[in-house]
Ligand binder design. Structure first.
Ligand code: CTP
Length: 410
């Protein structure tokens, strides 16, 4: 939990407008309350058609109102907004975005939006046609220009049988961004107009149609990087190797399995990228021959031997043959110290060998970071910089990495 300057529990206003995704806001509310936040839920009257006031009151532990006529002596239409550290509106309908953009104030939530001086995050959810309508585009642009954070909706199944852009991002994604905004006071759109490519996950190198050599990378750090870049306004291409996580909202996801496929996609995307972050763990070797049929056990009990050939080093290739001058390339290094040097000494040597601009170094003695939601490390710069990143969420590390990247983009 991000403490407020006064050290008290952060006060979050959860605005809920009238869309079917209102039910997902219950999970978001739980995440806030279970992590110690003081949450006031302000649903619109339409939101209460989807999820009733008792649910919000029970989950938040506070009374809930949608109009300005309850507990008038406490002047809630002013007080709730004034005292908030963060307002999150999830889901934000097209109607709510329009009202917020134009400063209308006909219920408690829209009054709260006018009186709040803290950061405001809108998580839109609506049908694709509504999201793409010029009126909504203009309203979103107005809100962003005023400093509000409007998350890109996710793509997928909508209310009916149709699919498209307009789904509410996963509650976990909204929560992660909200925590970051609370911690930093803002998340600036400093990557707007930039194309960034992030690789994530671990590649598989097949021995036969069912067996492969793989590794323990979960893709969590790469996905956190993609979400953080999207929140900072970047156009994001995420090349995901065997990751079983939901697609981050507002991100183009390209799925691959092998290192050769990962290389092809990263090299292509790097052609138009301002930044490439290689958070994936590509297998360094692949079997020289891939059997078309499943390899059978030998009748005499002998074990097969597997001959390996080295895979291309993608990070080295894109760093040394830069597709674009001025691009920033970031590598990761999972290191364990040995008799040839400490973790940092080996990492400095790797940074020079790979030719990238930044190297994020994890000490993985004991396998600590794999699959864990947390990470810690050191970011080394080719310019000599050394930035210690204390233990924290992979989302927090992602933002520190983008800070360093943004400073080098010029
Ligand atoms: N990497 C890559 N292509 C590979 C292997 C690794 O682009 N074939 C990238 C990873 O995505 C990561 C960085 O290189 O950003 C460092 O990976 P690591 O496995 O630590 O480096 P190696 O080159 O494999 O070094 P080592 O000799 O220590 O295994």
């Amino acid at each position: 939990m991000a403490a407020t300057p006064s050290g008290s529990r952060p006060r979050v206003v959860l605005g809920v407008s009238g869309g079917i995704a209102a039910y997902k806001a219950c999970e978001l509310l739980r995440r806030f309350t279970e992590s110690g936040h003081d949450v006031t839920v302000v649903p619109t009257a339409s939101a209460l058609e989807f999820v009733g006031a008792p649910t919000w009151a029970a989950l938040s532990g506070k009374p809930v109102a949608s109009d300005v006529w309850s507990a008038v002596h406490e002047v809630p239409h002013v007080r709730i907004g004034q005292s908030a550290d963060l307002v999150v509106v999830a889901p934000a309908t097209a109607d709510l975005l329009a009202k917020a953009a134009h400063g209308l104030a006909d219920d408690l939530l829209t009054n709260t939006l006018l009186t709040a001086r803290c950061p405001v995050v809108f998580a839109p959810a609506m049908h694709t046609e509504m999201w793409e309508h010029p009126a909504t585009r203009a309203n979103v642009a107005t809100l962003r220009a005023r400093g509000a954070i409007v998350i890109e909706p996710a793509e997928g199944r909508l209310t009916g049988a149709d699919t498209g852009k307009g789904r509410l991002p996963e509650p976990g994604e909204i929560f992660e961004l909200a925590l970051e905004v609370l911690t930093r006071g803002a998340v600036a759109p400093d990557l707007a107009g930039r194309h960034v490519v992030v690789s994530a996950g671990g590649t598989r190198e097949y021995l036969d149609p069912v067996r492969f050599l793989g590794n323990r990378s979960s893709g969590l750090q790469g996905y956190a990087l993609a979400r953080a870049a999207a929140a900072r306004g970047a156009e994001v291409t995420l090349v995901a190797a065997n990751v079983s996580l939901p697609d981050p909202a507002g991100v183009k996801v390209v799925r691959v399995e092998t290192t050769d496929q990962l290389r092809a996609e990263v090299v292509t995307a790097a052609g138009s990228a301002d930044v490439v972050v290689m958070a994936a763990a590509p297998a360094d070797f692949r079997p020289t021959n891939v059997s078309d049929a499943k390899i059978k056990k030998a009748a005499d009990g002998s074990s097969p031997s597997i001959e390996l050939v080295q895979n291309p080093d993608i990070l080295h290739e894109i760093s040394t043959e830069r597709a674009r001058t001025g691009s920033v390339i970031v590598g990761f290094a999972a290191e364990t110290g040995d008799e040839t040097g400490s973790v940092l000494e080996l990492a400095r040597a790797k940074l020079a060998r790979k030719g990238c601009d930044l190297l994020v170094v994890n000490d993985v003695s004991g396998g600590a970071v794999f699959g864990s939601p947390e990470n810690e490390g050191v970011i080394l710069g080719a310019d000599g910089a050394t930035i210690d990143v204390p233990r924290g969420s992979k989302g927090a590390l992602a933002h520190v990495i983008w800070d360093q990247v943004a400073a080098r983009l010029g």
